[in-house]
Design a protein around this ligand. Structure first.
Ligand SMILES: [Zn+2]
Length: 320
């Protein structure tokens, strides 16, 4: 029996309980920053997930995980990024809201900057959607543009859970490999937000590969081939043509119990990550200036003090 609550109960996005940044006052945030200055930033999507799961699935996967990590560690969760970037084969799918990757990357850069200026300078991105090719781009764009000490790390439950997302033949709990809105993703949804799922309407569809098997790694990146799914064009058919149902796989095989080991492993990892960062850099402390930037030391010290302190400045005095 682990300490985590699965199925998770309710959401906290409008709860006055100190989990989410948007629900706190500036006095409450100032107190929080004295103790814990780590921010979890859920980055999701609004995407067709078929008749048995909500459009916001990828965002809710993040927020429900982040909420439990915040309760366990005392860190803060940012309001999620609801709209994401999508690969070519998602183009045209109804209910899938596609933001251009350059726009999302820039948007994230300025979200990072705003939180940095507020005092949250250690940001853990928790992504629940297939936009792995955009988030690193945003992190490095922020780094190069602002050149300030910070910690920004990108995590995905796909990479945290690992073998707990595998098929039975590889030692995991699932009958079918993880692709999209299928046995795996629907099982996680049933465990994290059962009240938004309609399992009685679950459907099964087929994948639409356009090249022979054994080359393209699927969503969980568990070793089907050396080419990650997002490093390919022409490897599969377009969803709006081949799977207009919004599912690739068999959502009817989903069961919340199959997701429990992966969710526990992901929550254990995220808790450890928060605690390890806070141990290395307690609240208010950052990686050393002289190892992270060659900007003028007085400028960096001023923006670290922040806009409201004597001798301090806002981050945008460096650039915007
Ligand atoms: Zn999804």
């Amino acid at each position: 029996m682990s300490k985590w609550q699965i199925p998770a109960s309710g959401g906290n996005m409008e709860a006055a309980n100190g989990i989410y940044f948007q629900n706190m006052t500036n006095l409450e945030v100032a107190e929080r920053l004295k103790k814990n200055d780590i921010l979890l930033l859920p980055v999701g999507s609004s995407e067709n997930h078929g008749p048995s799961a909500p459009y916001g699935e990828d965002t809710f996967l993040d927020t429900r995980l982040c909420e439990q990590v915040a309760k366990a560690t005392g860190c803060t969760v940012a309001q999620p990024i609801w709209y994401g970037s999508h690969p070519y084969h998602h183009l045209g799918q109804k209910g899938t809201i596609m933001i251009p990757e350059e726009v999302l990357a820039d948007y994230l850069v300025y979200v990072f900057a705003g939180f940095w200026n507020t005092g949250f300078r250690k940001i853990i991105i928790v992504n629940g959607h297939g936009q792995d090719y955009v988030i690193p781009f945003a992190i490095h764009k922020f780094g190069k543009k602002f050149q300030v000490p910070a910690i920004i790390l990108y995590t995905h439950f796909w990479n945290c859970a690992k073998e707990e997302l595998d098929t039975k033949e590889n030692g995991g709990p699932y009958e079918t490999p993880f692709i999209h809105a299928d046995e795996v993703e629907q099982s996680w949804s049933l465990a994290l937000f059962p009240e938004l799922c309609k399992q009685e309407y679950a459907v099964k569809t087929s994948a639409a590969p356009l090249i022979p098997a054994g080359h393209i790694n699927n969503s969980a990146e568990r070793g089907a081939g050396p080419i990650k799914w997002y490093n390919a064009l022409g490897s599969c058919g377009m969803e709006c043509i081949c799977q207009p149902e919004g599912v690739i796989g068999d959502a009817s095989k989903a069961d919340a119990s199959k997701a429990v080991p992966g969710i526990e492993k992901t929550l254990d990892y995220l808790e450890k990550l928060v605690n390890d960062i806070l141990t290395a850099y307690p609240a208010g402390q950052l990686p050393p200036i002289d190892k992270m930037t060659q900007r003028k030391r007085e400028d960096i010290e001023a923006v670290i003090k922040g806009p409201n302190e004597p001798g301090g400045r806002h981050i945008y005095t460096l650039t915007y």
